[in-house]
Ligand binder design. Structure first.
Ligand code: FES
Ligand code: FES
Length: 159
């Protein structure tokens, strides 16, 4: 059936079954390939998007649960203050290795920073524990989040 979804500020109409996961809608219907397929079971975090600013696994989020909410993907996360800071430090530190998991990592890290501008180690562990990186970039991810938070504390968020 037809659904209207708002993705990165743009209203899009899609005609899919109500249980179609948002990951398929984004990649196969809307042609947005930045959100990645990893496990398809909600276990790896590669497919993370934001619904109303909160991170969700798009592989297990049916369109019926996303319609009517503000959907943000990796393609637009750099347009938010927290997303811009995270992407800047990701580049500064060379966080990605193969890069496959990094879309999801950035989406989870951005949601954390937006909700908690000065996260503790426990906050970072809690927010990022569901995002798996087969290349083992965890130390750089942690450093990147801390550096992004530090930059915000020093008034660089608008840069
Ligand atoms: S692909 Fe969605 S959590 Fe792994
Ligand atoms: S950078 Fe390769 S899986 Fe994370």
């Amino acid at each position: 059936m037809p659904y209207v979804v708002t993705v990165n500020g743009m209203r899009r109409s899609v005609d899919v079954d109500q249980d179609t996961p948002m990951l398929w809608v984004l990649r196969d219907v809307l042609g947005m390939s930045g959100t990645k397929f990893g496990c398809g079971l909600g276990l790896c975090g590669a497919c993370t998007i934001h619904l109303d600013g909160k991170p969700v696994r798009s592989c297990i989020t049916p369109i019926a649960a996303a319609a009517g909410k503000r959907i943000t993907t990796i393609e637009a996360i750099g347009g938010t203050p927290a997303g811009r800071r995270i992407q800047q430090v990701w580049i500064e530190l060379g966080v990605p290795q193969c890069g496959y998991c990094q879309s999801g990592q950035i989406m989870s890290a951005t949601a954390l920073l937006a909700a908690k501008p000065n996260p503790t180690d426990g906050d970072i562990d809690s927010a990022m524990s569901g995002n798996i990186c087969r290349c083992g970039t965890y130390a750089r991810i942690r450093e990147g989040i801390k550096r992004a938070a530090h930059g915000a504390a020093n008034g660089k968020q608008g840069a």
